[in-house]
Design a protein around this ligand. Sequence first.
Ligand SMILES: [Zn+2]
Length: 153
Amino acid sequence: MKCDICGKDAATIIAMVNMATKDAQHVCDDCLIDNTPQINDITELDKNIDIVQSTLKDMEELQKLLSENKEGGKENEETGPGSDSDMFFTSENAYKMVKKTCDNLAIQKLQLLTSMPEPDRLKYELKVAIDTENYEKAAELRDKINALNSNES
Ligand SMILES: [Zn+2]
C-alpha cells in the first residue's frame, strides 16, 4: 500500500481515520512522525489527544481480539501490508507509531501549558476541572482568576 503523503510503498501504513468525515488517510511511519501536527491551541490539542487515545484503545481491543483468535491456531504472519486487515492497525508497529504520536502530543501539551500566560492557563485548568466535575478545584481556580483580574485593574 502506498503512503498518501510521500507516495512511497511502505512496509507499515497506518490508516488515520477522521472520525467526523470517516475519510481515511494512509500514512507511512516516517510521514506520521514528521506530520505530528504542531498545535498551538490547547483545545485543539486536547481534541487530537482524545482521537489518538481512542485509536490506541481500539487498537488494544483489536489486538486482544486477534490474539484470542490466534490461540491454538497458527501464527498469522502472512497478514502483511496490502491485505484488507492491515488497513486498520493490526501490526505491532502501527500500534507503536500511534503510541509515539500520543506521547508527542502529550509533550506538546506540556510545553504549551508551561508557555501559556498564567490567566490563560488558569482558564484552561478551570475548564478541565469543570469537565471532570472537580468542583472544589474549579472554585479554587476561579478565585485565583478573580484575584488576577482584580490585580490588573
Ligand atoms: Zn510517507
